[in-house]
Design a protein around this ligand. Sequence first.
Ligand SMILES: Cc1ncc(COP(=O)(O)O)c(C=O)c1O
Length: 431
Amino acid sequence: MSPFNRKDFIKTILGGGLASFLNIPFANKLLDSSFSESQPKSLSELETDEEWERIRELFPLQKSISYFNTAGLGSSPISVLNSLHQHLINSEIKSSEDRNDLLKLKKNLGDFIGAEPQDLAFTRNTTEGINIVARELSFKKGDEIVSTSHEHVGGASPWIMLEKEMGIKVKLVELDLTGQENYELIRSQINSKTKLVCISHVCCTTGMILPVKQISEYCKSQNIPLCVDGAQASGLIPINIKELDVDFYVSCGHKWLFGPKGTGFIFVNKRVLPLLKPLFAGAYSDKSFDLIDHQLEFEDQISRLEYGTRNWPLIHGLNEALNFHRNIGFEGEVKRNQELAEYFKRQLQSIESIEILSPSRKEFSSSIVTFRMAGIDYKKLWTILLETYKHRLRAIYENRLNGLRVSIAIYNNKKQIDQLIKDLNEIAKQL
Ligand SMILES: Cc1ncc(COP(=O)(O)O)c(C=O)c1O
């Protein structure tokens, strides 16, 4: 027998043997088409906790850890991984980069977030979107950007970079953690020098929802563009960009949308498109190009950002993730997640040494809950929770909050929350 049987090897890779080849238990499920094609019941039909717990089975998440970090990275359901896998294989079979379906994919995304497909471009992540806005708008020394001190490094560092590079001024609004004063606080920092307002839709620090619609109305009245960092909003709360009427909306697919890692999008309102000076040029960014004549005219749609060769199978995976949310009912997901977050918050309140940093009013709350515990360093608490108790949270150093963030998504359940509370109680008693 030949030491290397190519036929068997290929069979192993392409066939059901992949699971054992990779030695990943969930790969069995991935390759079991009857499993992966079975969509869950609509969420409104899910009644018992046991039924809810089965939702987790649709994800490859390890069972040994309670995963509470969807605001960091979401897990992709098996249907998304299957789609990704299929498109990757197909693109290699044809050895072509399939751009034919792009408009269809954008329409599906646009329907989910309330935007026209022509106003959307796919990116690799939220950070890329913010950088595009920072680089393609023209700023000069002395221009002011109004933002908040609760932004993520990806939403804030492009502005700090411009501050260092050309002397723009980044004004950081210190937000009110109850949520109630934020419109006034942000509005009061806007003046005649303000050239852009850039804020999160949902803060990565505490999950607090900012009053984007009100700020958008004020910005329009002052003729100042508004850029919204929606990294934490898409897939967490319903979004309607048309209603918000913002100028830029950037986000990613790899958190609450459960899309593949390295997927994102940017929305650019037609009214600000003429203000953008393309930063990159390449295939697909041009309306007409002739090298011999040294001629280049840019595409006048924001799709010009999708220059060069791209990993479109990732975007097909994102598309499948949107279908997944639709199939199980996105509104039901949001309701379920918020109910669980409320349930968690109520129990947290009974632990004396815990201070909840997320807002209590529903209109400003999401299913992200941040808290800190007196008497213990937050990084130490994070480590104990992961290593001893097997709960994965995220430490929040942003804004020097020194807290811990719990993200509640549909693969979380009451049992996990009860266990987390029990373990926090045990830790608190030992302090
Ligand atoms: C509000 C916010 N903006 C930007 C980012 C960066 O996201 P990405 O990895 O998609 O660039 C994050 C990531 O956590 C975030 O929470």
